[in-house]
Design a binder for this molecule. Structure first.
Ligand code: HPA
Length: 287
């Protein structure tokens, strides 16, 4: 079977498990950021191992299941946990879930992640909206033959496509409104993705700052690229779990990243809960 057929098979299996629910908004929750899934009403929970061809998360802090249902009235499919390149998965496997969510019916996705803060003025626990990214992973998930059947909108699924607004301006505007309603302010920043799994050296962080990066992490960029290929609108939200290497007093550890995630996950959950119906309404308007 081709990669495309594997995606269709996974999406069909998921569609049957979800009964009549057709998710419109996807949400991917990063390390220690799983709480948003707890506020879904009457959730249908599908562990990744029950979906044919789906990769399984091996990282502590990533639950590895889809939680689908209504989030504040909006039909969502939440991925609690993702897989990363550093786990040994291929680029095709890393982006397989995004392809499946697109085939299932999502038209917008909120990608969240834990990230190290590079820019001055960032504090631990802060949420940052992604305005753009820098791909330093050394690969692109779309290398290989183009598959136009992944398109979910007219005029997408192209070999070459525009990335000048990879992170949707309208969705960012909605996120700013939702944050204001929650009583906090969101700044915007540029996310730089490395393959990991080692954290960066201080020299790398100085280089990344010179390149224009606000934040550094090991995920999200491949998913954004694939979502844009399909015509899915993307919102990116980073949680600053630590100051990047050489900027803080401490050495970096996954434990620190995970615990900082835990402290902010409820604020992220509240933001996503406010946002979900607004994103769904935005999609209806755009139709
Ligand atoms: N670097 C890379 N990835 C990360 C970091 C970091 O400092 N923090 C959380 N994810």
């Amino acid at each position: 079977m081709s990669y495309y057929d594997h995606v269709v098979e996974a999406a069909e299996s998921l569609r049957i498990k979800l009964g009549g629910l057709v998710p419109r908004v996807g949400i991917v929750l990063g390390s220690g950021l799983g709480a948003a899934a707890d506020t879904v009403a009457d959730p249908i929970i599908v562990p990744y191992e029950e979906i044919p061809n789906f990769p399984r998360s091996t990282v502590e802090g990533h639950a590895g299941r889809i939680v689908a249902g209504l989030l504040n009235g909006a039909p969502v499919a939440i991925m609690q946990g993702r897989v990363h390149y550093y786990e040994g998965y291929t680029p095709a496997q890393v982006t397989f879930p995004m392809r499946v969510l697109g085939k299932l019916g999502i038209r917008a996705v909120a990608l969240t992640n834990a990230a190290g803060g590079i820019a001055e003025g960032l504090s631990i626990g802060q949420l940052v909206l992604l305005s753009d990214h820098i791909n330093q992973m050394g690969w692109n998930p779309l290398i290989g033959p183009n598959e136009p059947r992944f398109a979910v909108r007219q005029g997408t699924g192209l070999r070459f496509f525009d990335m000048t607004e990879a992170y949707s301006k309208p969705l960012r505007a909605l996120a700013h409104e939702a944050a204001a309603d929650e009583g906090f302010n969101l700044v915007e920043g540029v996310y730089l993705a490395t393959p990991g799994p080692s954290f960066e050296t201080p020299a790398e962080i100085r280089a990344f700052r010179t390149l224009g990066a606000t934040l550094v992490g090991m995920s999200t960029v491949p998913e954004t690229i694939v979502a844009r290929h399909m015509g899915i609108e993307v919102l990116g939200i980073s949680c600053v779990t630590n100051l990047a290497a050489g900027l803080g007093a401490k050495q970096l550890s996954h434990q620190e990243v995970f615990e900082a995630g835990r402290q902010v996950e409820h604020r992220l959950a509240a933001l996503l809960k406010r946002l979900a119906p607004r994103i769904a309404a935005h999609l209806d308007d755009a139709q």
